[in-house]
Every structure is written in structure tokens, then in C-alpha cells.
Design a protein around this ligand. Structure first.
Ligand SMILES: [Zn+2]
Length: 321
């Protein structure tokens, strides 16, 4: 009888022991598994890469695309990234260029670094021509990086009526309609606008450029004229516009008509293409008379955000493709 009781007791102890072991194994196993799982997360990987937990969370909050997080992990830890991503016009594909430009230009604001890189000013002019996407229509970009094909001709070119321009000035139909509306509004406010230059084809631009180059050399020619294919006048969307009483390039900027254009042109889809103090972005010195048709939507953003067309194109057109 006593022997049997002892056996029963032993079985009970063994069973209890096994249960305890099992429970411990489950607890330990779950913990190890959880750790294993955590190590697979980007939060862990970013922390391992040197970011604080808080920064890792900020990065993950900004980046929803795993590929982009991978690219952050592929470059050395850099806290400037946390500040760069807060800038409105930040474009991820330019990150490494921002960082390398920042490294060489520590005195510049992040806002400027982003704008400069977005418009390619970290590259030399004409270093690598990019073909202008001619399907961009009224949003075509042409500058010292983007080049129009020799054979490019705008669709729907019309001659601007002699009331609003000198003889034989052509722009696209949309640009012309908008210009006529703008002309009438300006007239109502007391300013009589006049276009003295508009569409120029590749060949004409080539002649202008080569002529200067022949006499003054390439350096000087590049300062005052666009190379063929790089002039916005080839798009049929640009006008050189003055006021009938203020037709000098040197003084138009001081005229009330210029102030009127600055305040109102965007309402008609026109923007100032080479504004004062934006030469470091546009690559062109201030040209108060050169106005560009981009359509209402783009003109509104460019006007409100006080950005150049080059910045607009980089962020709203090219980056969204
Ligand atoms: Zn012009």
C-alpha cells in the first residue's frame, strides 16, 4: 500500500516538473522568436546603423517604401537626412547629391541645397545634355541642362496680333489666348504691353549664338545667349514683353508695368522665368522682360511658393513620373 502511494507521488512530481519545463520552454522560445522577428525590422536595422530610436521612427514615418529605406541603410548614417526630409521640395532620388553638395557647402541653407540640386546646378552647364520631353506640352522645360531637338517645332503656332506685338511674332495658340487676356487686363489698369520677340527656331538660335561666339569666344557667348536647342524661345511658349513707354532691357525692371506683370501674370498662366536673385538656380541673369506661359495650375504654385520654373519642373513634373 505504502509503495503504491510513493509511486503515485513520484509520477505527480515528474509530471509537474515536465509541465514547468514546458512552460519555461514556451516562454523562452516566444521571447527568442520575438527578438528574432524584431531583428528583421527596419527599426532595428536603422538603430544598428547608428540612428537613435527616435530618428529611426522619424525615418520610418517618412519612408513608406522599403526600397527607399534600404537605400538609407546603404549610405553612412547622416543626421542631415532627418532635416532634409522635412523640406517641402525634398526628392529622395537626389539624396546622395544633396549630402555631397552639403558637405562642400556647409554655409548654405538646406532649402537652397535642395533647390540647387533639384535644378541640377551641382553639375556644370551643358555637361550632359538631357533631352527635353516634348510631350510635356505647355510644361516643356528648356534650360542649360535640358535641350530641345533640332527638329522640334511647337504645335499650333499662331501670329500675335499687331495690336499686341511687333510684326511676325509667333507663339502657341494657348499662350497667345492667355497673352491677349493679360494684355487687356493690363490695358484696363493703364499699361500697354508689347511683345518684341517670341518664337525662334533652332537655326535662328544657332545663328545668334555662333555669331557671338565667332567674335567673342564661347565663354562670352555662353554668358549672353543660349546654345542652340537650349533657348526657351524655341518652345513657342516664351515672350519678351515690354510696355509701350518702357522698352529698354535696362530700365523695364523699374517700370510699373513690370510690377503689374509680377503681381498679375500668373492669373493668365504666365510666369517670370529668370527672376532677380535667382540666377544661381536658373543659370540666367535677371531678365525682367522674359515671360513664359506654363498654364494656370503651374503658374499659381510658382507664384505662391516663389519658386523658379526649374524647381517646379523637378518636383511636380519629373519627380511624379
Ligand atoms: Zn527672352
Amino acid at each position: 500500500m505504502a509503495k503504491r502511494k510513493k509511486l503515485k507521488k513520484n509520477v505527480l512530481y515528474y509530471s509537474l516538473g515536465i509541465i514547468i519545463l514546458l512552460v519555461l520552454a514556451i516562454i523562452f522560445g516566444t521571447k527568442t522568436y520575438k527578438e528574432y522577428k524584431y531583428k528583421q525590422t527596419y527599426e532595428y536595422k536603422l538603430i544598428e546603423h547608428g540612428y537613435s530610436l527616435e530618428n529611426a521612427k522619424e525615418l520610418l514615418n517618412y519612408y513608406k517604401d522599403n526600397k527607399q529605406i534600404e537605400s538609407i541603410l546603404n549610405i553612412p548614417r547622416n543626421e542631415a537626412i532627418l532635416k532634409l526630409i522635412q523640406e517641402k521640395y525634398y526628392i529622395h532620388k537626389n539624396l546622395e547629391r544633396y549630402l555631397s553638395y552639403l558637405e562642400k557647402n556647409k554655409n548654405k541653407s538646406l532649402n537652397d541645397i535642395i533647390a540647387i540640386v533639384n535644378v541640377n546646378r551641382d553639375y556644370e552647364f551643358y555637361e550632359n545634355d538631357i533631352s527635353t520631353n516634348s510631350s510635356d506640352d505647355t510644361l516643356l522645360i528648356v534650360n542649360k541642362y535640358y535641350k530641345l531637338d533640332e527638329n522640334f517645332e511647337p504645335n499650333n503656332l499662331v501670329t500675335i496680333n499687331n495690336n499686341y506685338a511687333y510684326e511676325n511674332n509667333k507663339i502657341t495658340k494657348d499662350a497667345n489666348d492667355a497673352y491677349v487676356s493679360m494684355w487687356n487686363a493690363a490695358k484696363n489698369d493703364g499699361y500697354k504691353l508689347i511683345v518684341n520677340s517670341s518664337y525662334r527656331d533652332y537655326k535662328e538660335q544657332e545663328d545668334v549664338y555662333n555669331n557671338i561666339k565667332m567674335y567673342k569666344g564661347e565663354r562670352e557667348a555662353d554668358k549672353v545667349a543660349a546654345r542652340p536647342g537650349h533657348s526657351e524661345h524655341q518652345t513657342g511658349l516664351a515672350i519678351d514683353v515690354f510696355e509701350i513707354n518702357n522698352q529698354l532691357t535696362g530700365t523695364f525692371k523699374n517700370s510699373p508695368a513690370y510690377t503689374w506683370l509680377k503681381e498679375n501674370a500668373h492669373i493668365y498662366g504666365y510666369i517670370e522665368r529668370y527672376p532677380e536673385e535667382k540666377e544661381y538656380l536658373t543659370g540666367y541673369s535677371f531678365e525682367s522682360w522674359h515671360w513664359r506661359y506654363v498654364g494656370l495650375e503651374a503658374a499659381k504654385i510658382i507664384h505662391e511658393d516663389n519658386i523658379t520654373y526649374d524647381e517646379y519642373y523637378a518636383y511636380y513634373i519629373e519627380n511624379k513620373i
